[in-house]
Each structure stands twice: as C-alpha cells, then as structure tokens.
Design a protein around this ligand. Structure first.
Ligand code: ATP
Length: 429
C-alpha cells in the first residue's frame, strides 16, 4: 500500500472509530456506495452546509433559497436530457462478470479476477435510480430519485420571478440529497450512490455571463478558504469542449489533492439558456424575463457553481488529518478550523472524584455550552487520554478545572495544535 492509501485508510478508520462516518447498513454487510453519519460526522457536515448557506444565501441580497421535492415529474428528466444522456460507459469482464466504468479503467486487465483482454464492448448505463410513484407500476407512474439538485431550481425559476421579481443577476440556491447509481462507488465517501449537493443557478443577461462567471470563480476560492483548505492543494482545470457536459459552454473543475490523488471537488459551469429553453419547449410556458421598466425580454443565461457536500467533508478531513510527536509518542489530531469543528470546547475536571472540582467544572461547562453550543463534557480516563481523544476528533481547545481554579477562579485552556496551556478567567473564553 502506498502512503496516499495509508493516509486514506487512517482517515476512514478514525472516522469510524470516533463516530464521524460509518458504512451504510454495515450490520447487514453494508450497501455499496452508502454511508451513515454518526454524531460527530453529522455535526461536521451541518457546520459545512450551514456555512455554505450563510455565505451564499443569508449574507447576500441577490440569492433566494428553495427546497424542492426529490421526486419530480418524469418530464423534468426527459426535458433536461438525463433520461437519454445521463449515462456512463459500462464494460463487463467475460470471466468473472464484474462490471466497471470503461473510462476509469487503466488497462485491459480485470481488477477483480486478473484476466486480460476480457472486457465487453462498452454499453451506456443510465445512472438514475428509477421508481414508480403510486400503486400502479406502468410507464406513466415512472419517476426517478433526482441525480442533481439543479433541476429543482430550474423548475422553480418562474415561481421565484412571479413571487419576488428580482433584478438580474440573481441566484437560486438549493442543498439536498442527490442519487446516482454509480457503476463503481469507491474511495470512501468520494463517489457515493447517495450524496448531497449544494447548488446555485445564477441567472444573468446573456451578454453578461463572463462577468458573473469570474464572480463565482472568486467566490469558490473564498469558499475553499472558509473551509480551511490549503490554497496550494486546489487546482482549476479548464475542461476542454470534448469533455464538457452537453449543456455547458465553459466549465472549470476545481480539483483537490485528496489522499487518493487529484480529483474533482466541485464544478463551475456556464449552462447558457439550455435548461430554461428546454422547460419552455417541453412545458409550453414562457421562461422569458422582462427587464423592469422596459420591453426587453429574453430567456436568462445561467452560471452554475455546483458543490458536493461529501467531497467537501472528505477534503476537510484529509487536510485536517495530522500526525506529530508529543512526549516521544505519535499523536494523531484533526486540525479542523474552529468554525466547523464538531466540538468547539471540551470541559473536564482535572480528576473526576473530587466533588468541588466536578461542581466548578459543571458550572464552566454550562456557561460555555450556552455561549457556544458545541461543547462536550469529558471526564473519562486520565487527562492525557482525554487530550488524545479530543485531539483525534479535532476539538480546538480543552478547558480544565483544577485545584488552582478553586483558589483564584482561573482555568487552563489547552491549544490542540501547539498543546500549550494558558491560565485564563473562564468568563473571557
Ligand atoms: P465526477 O466526474 O467525479 O463523476 P461529475 O462531474 O459527474 O463528477 P457533477 O455532475 O458536476 O459531477 O456534480 C457536481 C458535484 O457533485 C461534483 O463536483 C461533486 O462534488 C458532487 N458529486 C457528483 N457525483 C458524486 C458522487 N457520486 N458522490 C459524491 N459526490 C458527487
């Protein structure tokens, strides 16, 4: 195993051991491509999605949030092109019948049984999960679990214009689950079959798309900075025309140096008027926007920054994962930024069997909990063990109530990264 895979394995194992992320349905042997978030993982994930919503919806005055249904009328996916073209090339090994995504194979040897020159001609495999809505199972009741959140935005574009009549440019944002029946889910949560997206469709005048594209390109960099991702691990890839999705006139993939290699973290695309025109044609409703106080009418064009939650979580975990040496022992810690760490402070009495210490510690705990929310009580094991445990889950500071606290009211605050301790008045935290 090379170093990169070793690091990935260590992260996966820490994530399970410490209650961040478990394999989906593990107790029944798992379900490939699905993952369950434990108490710390769900908080980390929510901190990330809340940060996104705050940055891109609440703090701006040109954005509108929506939360559309996951199940949509099948005509949505016919009009969008997903029924016909949302496919990946699938090949099968003639020996062991394992199936692979043709464009992910590096040679002509089966990764499962090792047979050479064994692959069938690629077949196009549609990645949407198909289902039926209601008790009658025929073509008219077909629906799909949405493979992207974007279409729930486009189908509400007219509703937002009718209710709010915003000036252009303006955006609609949505976050939520998306489902893709990936041929080979892999690399922890990186390629899952059920995952979350955070997407923005930003509606612009057709000739002003370049400006907005640049605006969102900068905004993406700000987002990566807010997640604490090192700038030099992020790379823009200008996607050549032949590799772009059918709807895109320009795409930049933002790639990240994951432990598994350099891979797509998120995408920024110029989708033109492709989607609104499709809806206009297929639903027979005008998607034209009338500029206020004029007769100028047109179908707006769209810039789409599309963020994957799982890939953000994985980038954050992999850039935070650190090892160093403390008192001659290897220490593992997560260097998570304070704003997204699942536990902001851990509070402990130095020893648990001294009642005065425990009482005072409870007071400090309550005070910090009402101020910060994400505060953990931790009096298990000795203090060294508590520090190690909190380091492993990325808690930026541990607050300890000791005998000096009973004399002068001060507590120690230990810094996760430097392991240094300071004495402070708890009211100043
Ligand atoms: P890839 O080329 O890696 O399959 P994509 O180009 O198909 O990804 P998009 O359709 O652009 O991905 O989706 C937007 C974002 O959604 C991606 O940048 C990624 O963050 C996330 N995403 C897409 N597919 C998955 C998946 N199977 N698991 C987790 N996240 C995903």
């Amino acid at each position: 195993m090379d170093n990169r895979n070793e690091k990935m394995e260590s992260i996966v194992s820490l994530a399970k051991r410490r209650g961040f992320i478990y394999r989906g349905s593990e107790i029944y042997g798992g379900l490939s491509g699905t993952w369950d978030y434990g108490p710390l993982g769900v908080t980390l994930k929510r901190n990330i999605t809340n940060l996104w919503w705050k940055m891109f919806v609440e703090e701006r005055d040109d954005m509108y949030g929506v939360d559309a249904a996951i199940l949509m009328n099948q005509r949505v996916w016919q009009a969008s092109g997903h029924v016909n073209t949302f496919t990946d090339p699938l090949v099968e090994c003639s020996e062991c019948k394992s199936r692979f995504r043709a464009d992910h194979l590096e040679g002509d040897t089966c990764l499962n049984c090792g047979k050479k020159d064994c692959f069938s001609e690629p077949k196009q495999f549609n990645m949407m999960f198909k289902t039926n809505v209601g008790p009658v199972q025929d073509e008219s009741s077909v629906s799909y679990l949405r493979p992207e959140t974007a279409q729930g935005i486009f189908t509400n574009y007219k509703n937002i214009v009718d209710s709010f009549y915003p000036d252009l440019p303006f955006g609609i944002a949505q976050m939520g689950k998306a489902f893709r029946n990936e041929i080979s889910p892999r690399d922890f949560i990186f390629r899952s079959r059920e995952f979350e997206q955070m997407e923005i469709e930003y509606f612009v005048k057709p000739d002003a798309w370049g400006e907005s594209f640049e605006h969102w390109r900068k905004a993406v960099w700000q987002w990566c900075e807010a997640l604490g991702l090192p700038k030099d691990s992020i790379h823009e890839l200008e996607v050549p025309e032949a590799d772009r999705a059918h709807y895109s006139k320009r795409t930049i993939d933002f790639e990240f140096d994951f432990p598994i290699g350099r891979e797509e973290l998120l995408g920024l695309a110029y989708r033109t008027d492709f989607d609104l025109n499709n809806i206009q044609r297929e639903a027979g409703k005008s998607m034209e926007y009338t500029v206020k106080g004029s007769n100028e009418k047109f179908v707006p064009h769209v810039i789409e920054p599309s963020f994957g939650v799982e890939r953000a979580v994985m980038a954050v975990l992999s850039s935070a994962y650190s090892e160093d040496e403390v008192n001659g022992e290897t220490r593992t810690y997560l260097k998570l930024p304070e704003n997204i760490a699942p536990v902001r402070f851990a509070v402990s009495p130095l020893v648990r069997n001294k009642q005065e210490l425990a009482e005072k510690a409870r007071e400090v705990y309550k005070m910090l909990k009402s101020k910060y929310g994400r505060v953990m009580w931790d009096d298990n094991g000795n203090i060294g063990k508590r520090y190690r445990r909190q380091d492993e889950i990325g808690t930026p500071n541990c607050v300890v109530i000791d005998f000096q606290t009973l004399e002068d009211g001060t507590v120690t605050v230990r810094d996760r990264d430097t392991t240094e301790q300071k004495r402070v008045d708890p009211a100043s935290i």
